[in-house]
Design a protein. Structure first.
Length: 142
């Protein structure tokens, strides 16, 4: 079987596909060697909201998976992370997009099964959305 090229894969994307997006450094400005601890510190990259609207039209599911080590280190309060994610969702919806769910790993241990690049958050998403087929997924991260 011939190897699929990137353009071939993108042409085959339809509602049976799932898009996994990292958060910091993909959706929003990443603070170098620091954490986004409050909504006031969160800033969307230019064009992201428009892109997520396009993704919602193309992909069956769009899911954010994000490492949030600041939780374990006591730098990010869980209630502030909830506010950040609620506001992120609200802004995406206002722009005509859709995020089906946001998963985060607040663990400090790199060996945690849920900490990217490990697969725990993706497997949790598949439990919540059994139609996710990992042969029809794209992960965008930094």
């Amino acid at each position: 079987m011939p190897e699929l090229q990137k353009d071939d894969i993108l042409q085959s994307v339809d509602k049976s596909w799932t898009l996994f997006l990292d958060r910091d450094g993909v959706i929003n400005d990443e603070k170098h060697l620091a954490y986004i601890n409050t909504w006031d510190e969160f800033s969307f990259y230019p064009g992201v909201l428009e892109a997520i609207k396009i993704f919602a039209q193309k992909f069956g599911r769009t899911i954010i998976i994000t490492n949030q080590r600041g939780i374990a280190r006591g730098l990010t309060l869980p209630e502030n992370l909830t506010i950040i994610h609620d506001n992120l969702q609200s802004e995406v919806v206002k722009a005509g997009g859709r995020i089906d769910k946001i998963y985060f790993c607040g663990d400090n241990d790199d060996n945690s099964s849920h900490r990217k690049p490990n697969t725990g958050m993706g497997l949790q998403a598949q439990t919540d959305f059994p139609e996710i087929n990992f042969t029809k997924t794209i992960m965008v991260g930094n």
